[in-house]
Ligand binder design. Structure first.
Ligand code: AMP
Ligand code: GLY
Length: 427
């Protein structure tokens, strides 16, 4: 079958890499793709948010399946665009419709959904310009630190954690009155701070049934020892030791199953991935957020651990037969290290030459913000490359990724050297 992947980051390179390995995959297209996806299929310069252009591409290239990487087109309703258009409705579409994508597109919706379905999450209240005073009073009832979340999509920057009450109040007002995150912060979720260890759990959902992909732990802060500003993710590890069978049983019964049942009760036919951003608080799982896609860089660690045919998983997801699907997971540990442009997540310079990728032998190099200009690979984003290694031990995988990271050079290259080290200690 001909497959079209939408997106152009490290996650999409990992998807293209995995999908291309399947004997079920015919022609593979990636829109817009990057320098890495080009090694797996044909890049097409189409913006995933331009639905007419994506639809035309799907018809022109006789696409049988579309796999959506990022959240924005899903939240904007690209799945509905396909299902409502007679020329496109027979194409297998991997990604939820707009009502399902609200799980990520509106934090207020997600929190209300969790509350309604008794899914463990931090206590919260939502506020708009109509009840600012109530919001300020609610903040006074909470203990520090204070968690403020823009309701809508804010490119991963819409969550602010403040240590002091005065700071929280001032940011709360800025979010509402000064539209700090545009329309995304016209509604704000204020919630309790959960103190624990984070974990990313991924389910492929066919509307009723689900299968779990390997779990991962993402390292979101820019600095070693989890310090400094939040990023899209600086590296990750899969599997995660504390996600043992008793813990995952709680995740399935208290979180995943009630989520899928809740979606069915709202008549939302959810066909795609759900990424459960969880906090492990003293052995009890809580949902921090839902995402309606795979994570990045989690996909770069999770997909290399799947042994079974990933396109078969996607066709089973589309046909509602995941109850008969078995995911074969490689028991080895994957460690992914992100090589970033110096200055990220703030300002950084693009366009530096990247050398040494060809000398990496023990790791997979996924391209994120990297492009090819006049035959030379150059930096083109904040997160440039994701380096994944598999090994029998976490420390072995970390060593391989670290050595590979040292072989690659570009000006102002930055990476965290402590990915997974906290979990080695936890043994
Ligand atoms: P989100 O965009 O919802 O993933 O939030 C970004 C990050 O903020 C999360 O990965 C957590 O590290 C942190 N965070 C969000 N909500 C909470 C909370 N209620 N308690 C503690 N940390 C949180
Ligand atoms: N790594 C977190 C995310 O993809 O949202």
């Amino acid at each position: 079958m001909n497959i079209l992947i939408l997106g152009g980051g490290g996650r999409e390179h990992a998807l293209a890499w995995k999908i291309k390995q399947s004997p079920l995959c015919g022609k593979l297209y990636i829109a817009p793709g990057n320098a890495g996806t080009k090694l797996c299929g044909d890049n097409v310069d189409v913006n995933p948010n331009d639905f007419n252009a994506v639809g035309k591409l799907a018809v022109d290239k006789k696409i049988d399946m579309v796999v959506v990487g990022p959240e924005a087109p899903l939240v904007e309703g690209i799945a509905d665009y396909f299902s409502e258009n007679p020329d496109l409705s027979k194409i297998a579409f991997i990604g939820p419709n707009a009502s399902g994508a609200k799980l990520e597109g509106s934090k207020d919706f997600a929190k209300a959904f969790m509350q309604k379905n008794n899914i463990p999450t931090a206590n919260y209240k939502s506020f708009t310009i109509d009840n600012v005073e109530e919001g300020l009073s609610f903040l006074e009832t909470l203990n520090p630190p204070y968690v403020l979340k823009a309701d809508g999509l804010a490119a991963g920057k819409g969550v602010l954690i403040c240590k002091k009450l005065e700071e929280a109040k001032s940011i709360f007002k800025k979010m509402i009155y000064e539209k700090m995150f545009g329309d995304a912060s016209s509604c704000i979720v204020v919630e309790e701070f959960l103190d624990g260890i984070e974990l990313s759990v991924f389910a492929a959902v066919d509307g009723t049934n689900y299968v779990l992909l390997p779990e991962a732990k993402d390292y979101k802060r820019i600095g070693e020892g989890d310090t400094g500003p939040n990023t899209g993710g600086m590296g990750c590890v899969s599997p995660v030791k504390f996600a043992d069978e008793p813990f995952m049983e709680k995740v399935r019964s208290r979180i995943i199953e009630p989520t899928i049942k809740g979606l069915e009760e709202e008549n939302i036919d959810y066909k795609g991935f759900i990424f459960f951003g969880l906090m492990n608080v003293d052995g009890e799982p809580y949902v921090i957020e839902y995402n309606v896609r795979l994570g990045d860089p989690e996909a770069e660690a999770v997909l290399p651990r799947i042994n079974s045919d990933f396109v078969r998983l996607l066709t089973d997801l589309n046909s509602g037969s995941l109850d008969k699907h078995q995911v074969d997971i490689i028991p080895e540990t994957a460690v992914t290290i992100i090589l970033a442009s110096g200055g990220y997540p703030g300002k950084y310079v693009k366009g530096y030459d990247i050398t040494g990728i060809g000398s990496v032998k023990d790791s997979i190099v996924f391209y994120a913000g990297a492009c090819i200009q006049d035959g030379v690979t150059k930096t083109s984003g904040g997160r440039v490359l994701a380096i994944t290694s598999l090994d029998n031990s976490l420390s072995g995988a970390l060593e391989k990724s670290t050595l590979s990271a040292e072989k690659i050079e570009f000006q102002d290259k930055y990476c965290r050297k402590d990915i997974g080290k906290d979990l080695i200690k936890h043994k």
